[in-house]
Design a protein around this ligand. Structure first.
Ligand code: HEM
Length: 276
């Protein structure tokens, strides 16, 4: 049997695929969290915008984005297959009561439900940030601000130096040379967008903040159960490593979502309640 056929047709193979794709997605969450923590730096979003420029223009990251998308697709499709197979094997649902629920929790029995809500959150989230940044309109900002705060120019004027070379590359970020030429040409503003500006816009809305906080609570439960079962699925259960795995699981399922949730909360407080 080929590896692909094994991963698809055997119960152990399916759980293994689920666990490995889940662990891969956790590695993405780690990088995503690290980059997004730049939002807490009080520098008018410069470092965060630099990070976004790197993430959106680096060719290696562009390839990894496709791999990430594949990881989500595998995780979602296998979740649907596992749920269907479980229902097939157990057409009559267990009758749960406080007494016989044993060690399983409501969340561990409803990974499909919390996963589906996470998927809805993801679609809203990616549309709100990635979609708006790439396909939404920009706003007029002074060219100095676009240069210093690393804004991406939406309507790119073709700026050429004396040698006839284009100095404002198609990725739309103004460099020093382009800034000088634009100033010499009397251009004072450009139509541009910055991810920090998109974050400010989104997180000044209390409904968006509430959506994120609720989603992060669900993410916490989803990761908690998912992380434990991922290691069981790959057969990595040993009493020697149990405390270390429990600690790691706690960091991933409690600390990660808590820091993610702190972002919309902090931005809402900063934008609407604190004087600026
Ligand atoms: C709550 C705090 C969060 C903030 C401020 C945030 C911010 C962002 C931003 C700015 C982008 C666009 C980045 C780009 O185009 O390079 C993005 C994309 C994305 N986010 Fe988040 N995110 C948060 C939480 C999450 C969580 C919890 C997940 C997963 C469960 C997630 C999954 C994604 C995915 C899959 C993408 C698209 C892939 C990519 O562009 O790299 N995000 N996020």
């Amino acid at each position: 049997m080929s590896v692909i056929a094994y991963l698809y047709s055997s119960s152990v193979g399916r759980k293994l695929t689920m666990g490995l794709s889940g662990l891969f997605l956790v590695s993405f969450l780690f990088v995503h969290l690290g980059g997004n923590m730049l939002l807490f730096v009080n520098d008018e979003g410069v470092m965060f915008n630099q990070f976004v420029r790197f993430m959106t223009t680096n060719p290696v990251i562009k390839v990894l984005e496709v791999v990430l998308f594949g990881g989500f697709i595998v995780h979602i499709i296998y979740a649907a297959i596992l749920t269907a197979k479980n229902n097939e094997a157990r057409p009559v649902k267990y009758a749960y009561s406080k007494g016989n629920a044993g060690s399983s929790t409501w969340f561990s029995r409803n990974m499909g439900l919390s996963g589906t809500i996470m998927l809805i959150f993801l679609i809203v989230h990616v549309t709100m940030f990635w979609g708006k940044f790439h396909f939404g309109g920009g706003r007029e900002v002074p060219i100095e601000q676009a240069y210093h705060q690393v804004w991406k120019v939406k309507e790119v004027p073709e700026i050429k130096n004396d040698l006839g070379e284009v100095v404002l590359a198609h990725e739309g970020y103004i460099n020093r040379e382009a800034l000088e030429i634009m100033k010499a040409q009397g251009i004072t503003t450009v139509n541009a967008i910055s991810m920090t500006d998109v974050v400010n816009y989104s997180f000044s809305n209390i409904l968006v903040v509430l959506l994120y906080v609720v989603a992060m609570v669900l993410l916490s439960f989803h990761l908690n159960h998912g992380f434990q079962s991922a290691f069981r699925s790959v057969g990595f259960v040993h009493s020697k490593y149990t405390p270390a795995l429990k600690g790691l699981g706690l960091i991933i399922s409690v600390v990660f979502p808590a820091i993610f949730a702190a972002m919309p909360i902090w931005y809402f407080i900063k934008l609407t309640l604190l004087p600026h």
